[in-house]
Design a protein around this ligand. Structure first.
Ligand SMILES: Cc1cc2nc3c(=O)[nH]c(=O)nc-3n(C[C@H](O)[C@H](O)[C@H](O)COP(=O)(O)OP(=O)(O)OC[C@H]3O[C@@H](n4cnc5c(N)ncnc54)[C@H](O)[C@@H]3O)c2cc1C
Length: 461
């Protein structure tokens, strides 16, 4: 296993990673992006064990509903790099079970890779979303054939890939890029049916980072986003050689979607479990700010908070249903129930903005205009700011302001904006969750129930 320091040192491997026009030579030393390596290192230290055969619990494959239930809080605690690595490992494990009829080499390679990743305690990010060009056209009909990552050369020892994967969470902060097709492929799309693993420092890989991390000198006004930010990477594969041992699919179009579906399942489980925590946080802020404003007993405020509580409870129930009704694949690995994961993730994402609307409604305009922490320290205006932000003897004005800052940071500033788009898009967008939910729902069973209650036969027969 790696210690935090060893993790940071491992990122000094010649990787080509960029931020706002500059190449970053030393990622851990970068004033903004280095923060991400710092708290990833803290999580490494927390789970470090010195025995030579130790495997991090963050990288283990769950075998039962209880394992799955235990893994979720561990990943929340360890942060995004642990989450994306676990999701990558579970994706491969799930795909292995769904690819039994394909070349046995692929299954063996995936199994060997998982063991190597566990032994090396590495972090893996998930590269699925292609640049995609014109969304109405398939890969082979694009003006630029590189719009979807493809194989441009097949050599004796491996393949050469070209293309880009966009919005990749934490891409610059891991060791390997799990690179898989973003959608189903058809005959004629063999070159785009490529699944493989690429080291971040491989020749030809270039990553452009973006982040919502606050740039302000005094980050006390950003109590949420100043602690954790995991930049997204715009990952470019500029003719990258991948040896055969790291290729898990090459040309078998009928299996291209297996990876996307497997990853979608795990990514949405992660999304749903995050929503469950965040929904409780939004309820908590709504109640705290109502108490601080003196409105907690007013009927319309209570009703809004009750509605938020119902939402938070229902998505928690769908997470439990997804875990409790998990399936065990032929590889012995447990994977969550598709129907409940997708329905729960859809419901949580589609209604997040309603939760935020209630919170903003209850909070008032101070969400945007509360004086900054430094204003309270100013000799001329500090006490006056405290006096007028207070709502009574029991409510300190600075405390109320800090509540407002936390709500702004979480829901109404750079991080809040990032969240409101991410909630909709990450994990494949609402459309994808609708399709998968419908596919796994027992529609025939529902029709039968309708016919029975109406005392009818289908088609009148
Ligand atoms: C913060 C963040 C982090 C992310 N992290 C990752 C990551 O780690 N790894 C990763 O691989 N991806 C990641 N994503 C990408 C995410 O999965 C995509 O944003 C999402 O799948 C939508 O793709 P797109 O952004 O290209 O938008 P588009 O594909 O342009 O979609 C926009 C809209 O058009 C619709 N649409 C597009 N094409 C079609 C079509 N052919 N038929 C019908 N409707 C269509 C979509 O349903 C959607 O409503 C992340 C995204 C965000 C915002």
């Amino acid at each position: 296993m790696l210690t935090g320091d060893q993790y940071k040192e491992s990122l000094r491997d010649g990787r080509k990673t960029y931020f706002e026009g500059e190449r970053i030579e030393d990622l851990p030393a970068h004033p903004l992006l280095g923060q991400t390596t710092d708290y990833t290192a803290v999580a490494y230290d927390k789970y470090y064990r010195p025995e030579s055969d130790a495997v991090s619990p963050l990288l283990c494959v769950p075998q039962s509903a209880d394992d799955l239930r235990d893994l979720i809080p561990l990943l929340h605690d360890a942060g995004m790099m642990a989450h994306v690595t676990s999701t990558s490992i579970q994706t491969l494990k799930t795909a292995m079970g769904r690819m039994a009829e394909v070349k046995p080499d692929y299954i063996e390679r995936m199994g060997a890779y998982i063991e190597e990743a566990q032994r090396g305690d590495i972090r893996i990010t998930q590269c699925i979303t292609d640049a995609k060009g014109d969304r109405s056209r398939p890969p082979a009909k694009q003006d630029d054939l590189d719009s979807y990552v493809r194989v441009v050369d097949r050599q004796r020892d491996g393949v050469v890939i070209r293309g880009a994967k966009l919005h990749i969470t934490g891409a610059s902060f891991g060791h390997d890029l799990l690179t898989i097709p973003t959608k189903a492929m058809k005959a004629g799309e063999e070159d785009w049916s490529i699944g493989c693993v690429v080291p971040v420092n491989a020749e030809g890989v270039k990553i452009i980072n973006t982040t919502y991390a606050p740039r302000h000198e005094d980050t006390r006004s950003f109590p949420v986003s100043s602690h954790y930010h995991y930049p997204e990477g715009f990952v470019i594969f500029d003719d990258v050689f991948v040896p055969h041992e790291r290729v898990f699919l090459d040309g078998e179009t009928s299996y291209a979607a297996v990876f996307a579906h497997s990853l979608g399942l795990w990514e949405r489980l992660g999304g749903l479990s995050a929503f469950v925590e965040e929904a409780d946080q939004l309820v908590g802020f709504a109640q705290l700010v109502a108490e601080a404003n003196g409105t907690a007993g007013i009927s319309h405020v209570r009703e809004k908070i009750s509605e938020m509580i119902i939402h938070a409870t229902l998505i928690r129930a769908s997470l439990e249903a997804a875990v409790g009704n998990c399936n065990i694949g032929p590889e012995g690995a447990a994977f969550p129930n598709e129907l409940y994961v997708n329905a729960g993730k859809f419901h949580a994402a589609a209604n997040y903005n309603l939760m935020v609307r209630h919170l903003h409604d209850i909070s008032g305009g101070a969400v945007l205009t509360a004086p900054a922490p430094a204003d309270f320290e100013n000799a001329e205006v500090g006490d006056l700011a405290r006096k007028y932000m207070s709502t009574g003897r029991a409510v300190d004005g600075e405390y109320r302001s800090m509540l407002m800052h936390a709500i702004r940071d979480l829901t109404a500033d750079a991080y809040g904006g990032w969240k409101s788009v991410t909630n909709i898009q990450a994990g494949g967008g609402l459309y994808a969750q609708r399709i998968v939910t419908r596919r796994h729902y027992d529609l025939d069973g529902a029709k039968l129930k309708a016919l029975q209650v109406a005392g009818m036969a289908e088609g009148g027969h």
